[in-house]
Design a protein around this ligand. Structure first.
Ligand code: HEM
Length: 467
């Protein structure tokens, strides 16, 4: 059970508010920068002669986009939320906030140095999501360690004996990711098949044990808070937590089906990918049953629709992953653009929408400043339609690519088949980028802008404690 609302409010301190604001502004700047890069990348598919300088080449910009959205945007946005949620659900101010400030510096040094070195062609090779050189990764790891100390210190000083479920997920994310990060830089796993196995472990768990845990922790706090009712089932939350831990760490090898990795190891990854349905259904059902009967409240809120889309894409993207892992379907989709559609369904439809819902739902409570409603509506619809077009077009285009390869057609036939879908992806990407500009405008209004644009708001309603 979380602390009572009165003790939560008493726990709020000016420095905690400033931290939430600083993390959100920093994350927003990285969102703009790295998705501008993503947008340029998406136009390079239909127009391969666009921006041919080495500094703007696909090979350098792609990891800038992926690492930047992961570690500069999503990690920072969700860590800002985590500090707020863990302190509020513990009924205490954040312990040692200086550590949280130091972590923000480390996150930003890592994202900046990582982007600059990648653009100069200095990298750790082609291991996805760990292309940063080791000393850049160390800054990111330092940020995680500093954040974890501040979070655990806060939970240790909590007002009530129970640890609310959101805090399990949020603290767990840092513990698992520190283990993951250290494993990824151990020198004896950097060659041969061992490297492939570790890469599968790292890349999938960067999504599964880091972003998924952060987003679920955010949902377990923000949904009940904004809906003004307790979470449907605490037990389902606990079931989801432990079954995520059981199944997630082993499924990474499904990225390397048909590779020289042992066949039994690939099969184990597929079986555990099916097992992932347990935490996914437990989590989705819990959230859906919490929302049930409160649609009027969702309709009147500017924050809740983002969380609802996050829950829907959590279910769709994750169950798509289970289906995609089956060998018969990997035979078609392996190495095609279908996978890129899946990445954006999960990292954008689920993780990014939950981060936005958390910020819209919780930040105005801290600053007393509301977003512009028109910009929030535009943000929501452009991002939702944009990402759905993005995912839909690459799912069809990727399937056509895979079928062409299976039929043994000349490679250029698969390029021609996919090219209209690359144009559609660029259109969807443009809509998503305009949505990010609307979000940035609203972050300005929720932080640096003038106070109280609107009086009582639907998002601010729901002052009951989350339980
Ligand atoms: C305007 C919004 C965005 C656009 C236009 C965009 C575009 C792209 C493009 C063109 C690629 C390269 C695909 C390829 O190699 O075939 C890519 C990869 C990727 N992007 Fe984005 N992106 C956007 C937002 C995001 C966000 C917000 C995230 C995460 C929070 C993200 C995560 C990823 C990931 C994980 C990959 C690697 C996909 C894979 O290898 O499966 N993207 N994106």
């Amino acid at each position: 059970m979380a602390a009572s609302d009165a003790s939560e409010r008493a726990a709020e301190r000016d420095e905690d508010r400033r931290l939430f604001v600083a993390y959100t502004i920093s994350a927003t700047l990285w969102l703009l920068l790295t998705t501008a890069v993503g947008l340029l990348l998406s136009f390079k598919f239909p127009y391969p002669d666009l921006a041919t300088s080495p500094y703007l080449s696909f090979g350098r910009l792609r990891p800038i986009h992926t690492n930047g959205t992961f570690y500069g945007f999503a990690s920072v946005a969700l860590t800002g939320i985590a500090f707020y949620v863990v302190a509020r659900a513990s009924g205490r101010p954040l312990w040692a906030p200086k550590l949280a400030w130091a972590a923000l510096w480390c996150f930003n040094i890592a994202a900046l140095a990582g982007s600059v070195t990648l653009d100069l062609g200095i990298n750790n090779g082609d291991q996805e999501y760990r292309e940063w050189v080791w000393w850049v990764t160390l800054f990111f790891l330092a940020a995680l360690v500093l954040s974890l100390i501040a979070l655990v210190g806060t939970v240790a000083r909590r007002a009530e004996s129970d640890i609310y479920i959101s805090n399990w997920y949020l603290c767990g994310a840092y513990i698992f990711t520190i283990i993951l990060g250290i494993t990824a830089i151990l020198p004896w796993y950097q060659h041969g098949l061992g490297q492939v196995a570790v890469q599968g472990f790292y890349m999938h768990n960067a999504v599964g044990m880091w972003f998924t845990f952060l987003a679920l922790g955010t949902l377990y706090y923000a949904l009940p808070k904004l809906l003004n009712r307790p979470i449907y089932s605490y037990a389902l939350g606990v079931l989801g937590f432990w079954t995520n831990l059981v199944f997630y760490p082993v499924i990474g090898a499904h990225h390397f089906e048909f590779s020289p990795l042992p066949w039994w190891f690939q099969t184990l990854a597929i079986v555990f990918s099916v097992g992932m349905l347990v935490p996914v259904v437990a989590g989705t059902a819990n959230f859906a049953l919490t929302i049930r009967g409160r649609w009027e409240r969702v309709r009147r809120s500017y924050a809740l629709p983002f969380l609802v889309v996050g829950v829907a894409y959590y279910f769709l993207g994750s169950s798509q992953g289970t289906v995609e892992a089956l060998r018969s379907l990997q035979a078609v989709w392996h190495l095609t653009n279908f996978t890129v559609g899946h990445s954006h369904a999960t990292m954008y439809g689920f993780i990014t929408f939950v981060a936005w819902g958390g910020i819209y739902g919780l930040l105005p409570r801290v600053t007393g400043k509301e977003p512009n409603l028109l910009a929030a509506g535009l943000h929501f619809w452009l991002a939702l339609l944009g990402v759905t077009l993005y995912v839909g077009s690459l799912s069809v285009g990727g399937t056509l690519q895979g079928l062409d390869w299976l039929h043994g057609d000349p490679f250029i036939a698969s390029v021609e088949a996919a090219s209209p879908f690359w144009v559609a992806r660029a259109v969807g990407g443009s809509m998503m980028f305009v949505a990010h500009l609307c979000f940035a405008y609203n972050v300005y209004w929720m932080t640096l802008g003038r106070r109280a644009v609107h009086a009582a708001t639907p998002a601010a309603a729901g002052a009951q404690p989350a339980r």
